[in-house]
Each structure stands twice: as structure tokens, then as C-alpha cells.
Write a protein that binds this ligand. Structure first.
Ligand SMILES: NC(=O)c1ccc[n+]([C@@H]2O[C@H](COP(=O)([O-])OP(=O)(O)OC[C@H]3O[C@@H](n4cnc5c(N)ncnc54)[C@H](O)[C@@H]3O)[C@@H](O)[C@H]2O)c1
Length: 348
């Protein structure tokens, strides 16, 4: 039986979700909810009804599942509307725009048992999954240091959608949150953070650039650099070739360094000595780690179909999405207050 999926928000990513649904034989596009003329025209092109109210759509269509691709501030209420109707949802990241909203949602998932999958699609990408396996299996030895880069140049008209340049938007919450989620998925929870942030180029109320230092609960240390106004191939989106609407420019965006080996990705180079006695005066062997070639967004949609059918628990639960959100909000706070912020403090 094909699953009827409804899409809320036919903007940049909602349209991609709709296209992915139409290309997947397990699911069908049941309806779209969007308030804009562009959204209505998109629904008409795809031969489905368009509702201007998400609740009206849920009640009229009674979909098997819903994909929530609305602006960040609307995520939690939309997911709660799904939960109260027993409808599993795939809610785009961030799970909510505030921790309070994320907590309300997490509690509702626990109370009513209706699953919510958070759209950190990189976890469904084979390079990220492989890195997690290698780190967790000890292929790098004890993990000591991690580096992640997310730097690219967004066009000015991207900010015509006003929510993107105001509190609750911004590249920490829109973009670096993916890298933080990957690092948590691969290396485990982050315990505390420090950061500098700057809005010197775009002069929006949100940052355009940030440098971040993190300590994982395991004791490993990490650094991240982020800018949405720098010309650079050093970001996972273009480097991995997994994104839907970016060119593929093979490069590395992450380095994981351990006491036995280092791993860079998405190019998937594993660097280690030939023998256990090797050290910095010995040449390193570079081994390419092969992947299965599967696609992150397609894997995510298939996983969501499994969740709707009750065959799988969400790989990224609402609670997990909340921990990633707490970490990115800690980074924002650390940048504003110029001090170390713990994740525990954020959750209190
Ligand atoms: N996982 C990813 O790869 C990825 C990529 C891009 C965006 N996102 C996330 O997806 C979400 C949407 O981002 P976007 O860039 O597509 O935004 P967007 O502004 O392009 O699209 C949002 C859409 O929601 C519609 N909308 C707004 N209020 C509405 C309401 N009350 N009812 C119905 N429709 C409404 C707007 O008309 C618009 O079409 C954000 O949370 C963003 O962080 C995720």
C-alpha cells in the first residue's frame, strides 16, 4: 500500500520533498499546505490540493504522514498538530526555534507515542554513517580532535525570506546545526562550547560568521568554522555531492583524529601507520574507504516510510533533535556572552 504523505510549506526544501515523494513508489503526494501564490502554483503543477491552513489539510486529507518544511518558528506547533491526530511527521531541522518548544514536542512524543523524525538528512548519508561506525568501532583509536568547516557564499536574494536573517533564523540555526548534529552522531554528545560570532559583512541581527570550540563528553576536543558570506568549497553540502540543489565540488569538510588514525570526509581518506610502532617520523598510509553510493534524502524518505509503517524508530528523534538544538543555541549564547556555555545549563 502506498503511503499518503502531505507536505507543509512548498518553499526551497518543501518543493524538493514533494519531488522526492513523487519519485518514490512507496509514497504518494497527498496534498500541500502553503500560504503563498508560489506554493499554490506548485501544488497545481503537481496535481494536488493546496490548503492555506495546515490543520485544515490534516483534517481533510488524513494523511499517513506529514513532512513539515515551514519556517523554523512554526515547526513545533505543526508537529504537535500531527501528534494530536496520530500522524507521524518528518519535521525539518531545527526541531523547533526554541528549547522550550522542543521540550514541549519531546514530551508530547513520549506521552502519545506518535513518532517524529527530525530532518537532519546527513545522518542518512553513507559517509556520515560510515564515519560513525569507524569512530565507534575504534578504527581511529581514541578520538582526540575533530575539525568541521561550513563556509559558502549565499546570494543576497536568499534573504528575501525575512525569517532567515532574524532571530530564530541565521546560519547557526539553519546550517551549522547540521554539522553539530553530524558531530554528535559520530562522536557522541558535546558537553560545553565557546564561540566568537560576527555579523560584520551582512549586518543582519543574526551572525554571518562564527568560530567555535567544543568539548565532547568523551573528552575529545573540536573546532568548527562557519560563514555564509565566504567563497569556499569547504562545506559538506557541496563537498559530499549529496545535496539536492548545489554543485558537487569534491573536497573535505571534516577531519576526525585519533590515537591510531585520522579520517577525513567526505573524501573518505583514512590515514594510519603501517605498524603499531609507527610515529611522526614514519610515512602514513592513505586508505580510501568505499561507500555504498546511496543518497541521503532518498534514504531519509525511505526511513520515514519505515517509521510511518511502524517498522523503525526515528534515527533522529525529537529528543535527539532537541539535544542538537541545545548545542547550537549554546554556541549562539557563547558568541553573544563571550564565555563557556555548557549544554546542561541550556537544558535547565
Ligand atoms: N534539511 C535541509 O536540507 C534543509 C534545507 C533547506 C531548509 N531546511 C529547513 O526547512 C525549513 C524551510 O526552509 P526553506 O528554506 O524551504 O524556507 P522557505 O521560506 O523557502 O519556505 C517556507 C514555505 O512555508 C510557507 N509558509 C510560511 N508560513 C506558512 C503557514 N503558516 N502555513 C503554510 N505555509 C506557510 C511559505 O509560503 C514558504 O513557501 C526551515 O526550517 C529550514 O531550516 C532544511
Amino acid at each position: 500500500m502506498t503511503l499518503k504523505l502531505a507536505v507543509m510549506g512548498a518553499g526551497l526544501i518543501g518543493r524538493e520533498h514533494a519531488n522526492l515523494i513523487q519519485a518514490n513508489s512507496r509514497v504518494e503526494l497527498a496534498a500541500i499546505a502553503d500560504v503563498s501564490e508560489v506554493g499554490k502554483a506548485f501544488a497545481a503543477e503537481h496535481g494536488v490540493r493546496c490548503f492555506s491552513d495546515i490543520v485544515d489539510m490534516l483534517d481533510a486529507i488524513k494523511p499517513d504522514g506529514a513532512i513539515i518544511a515551514l519556517p523554523n518558528a512554526l515547526h513545533a506547533d505543526a508537529a504537535l498538530a500531527c501528534i494530536s491526530r496520530g500522524i507521524p511527521s518528518l519535521v525539518e531541522k531545527p526541531v523547533a526555534d526554541t528549547l522550550e518548544a522542543a521540550m514541549r514536542l519531546t514530551e508530547a512524543v513520549q506521552r502519545f507515542g506518535v513518532p517524529v523524525l527530525v530532518g537532519h538528512q546527513r545522518r542518512h548519508s553513507p559517509d556520515i554513517a560510515k564515519a560513525r561506525q569507524l569512530v565507534r568501532d575504534g578504527a581511529l583509536g581514541r578520538l582526540v580532535a575533530v575539525n568541521a568547516l561550513w563556509m559558502t557564499d549565499k546570494p543576497n536574494d536568499y534573504f528575501n525570506a525575512a525569517w532567515r536573517s532574524k532571530a530564530g533564523g541565521g546560519p547557526l540555526l539553519i546550517n551549522l546545526i547540521h554539522d553539530i548534529d553530524c558531530l554528535r552522531f559520530i562522536c557522541g554528545d558535546i558537553e560545553s562550547v565557546m564561540a566568537f560570532s560576527s555579523n560584520a559583512v551582512r549586518a543582519f541581527e543574526v551572525e554571518d560568521t562564527a568560530s567555535v570550540s567544543v568539548r565532547f563528553a568523551s573528552g575529545a576536543l573540536g573546532t568548527l568554522l562557519m560563514s555564509d558570506t565566504a567563497v569556499s568549497p569547504y562545506n559538506w553540502d557541496t563537498a559530499a555531492g549529496q545535496a539536492l540543489y548545489f554543485p558537487h565540488q569534491p573536497e573535505n569538510a571534516y577531519v576526525f583524529a585519533g590515537t591510531k588514525a585520522s579520517l577525513s570526509l567526505p573524501l573518505m581518506d583514512l590515514w594510519k601507520h603501517e605498524t603499531d610502532e609507527g610515529h611522526w617520523q614514519h610515512p602514513l598510509l592513505r586508505q580510501h574507504v568505499t561507500l555504498d553510493g546511496s543518497r541521503a534524502y532518498e534514504n531519509q524518505l525511505n526511513h520515514f516510510a519505515d517509521v510511518v509503517e511502524g517498522k523503525a524508530e526515528p534515527i533522529v528523534s525529537a529528543g535527539d533533535g532537541m539535544m542538537t538544538l541545545a548545542t547550537i543555541l549554546a554556541i549562539a549564547k557563547a558568541g553573544q556572552e563571550r564565555r563557556v556555555v555548557t549544554i546542561e545549563e541550556m537544558l535547565q
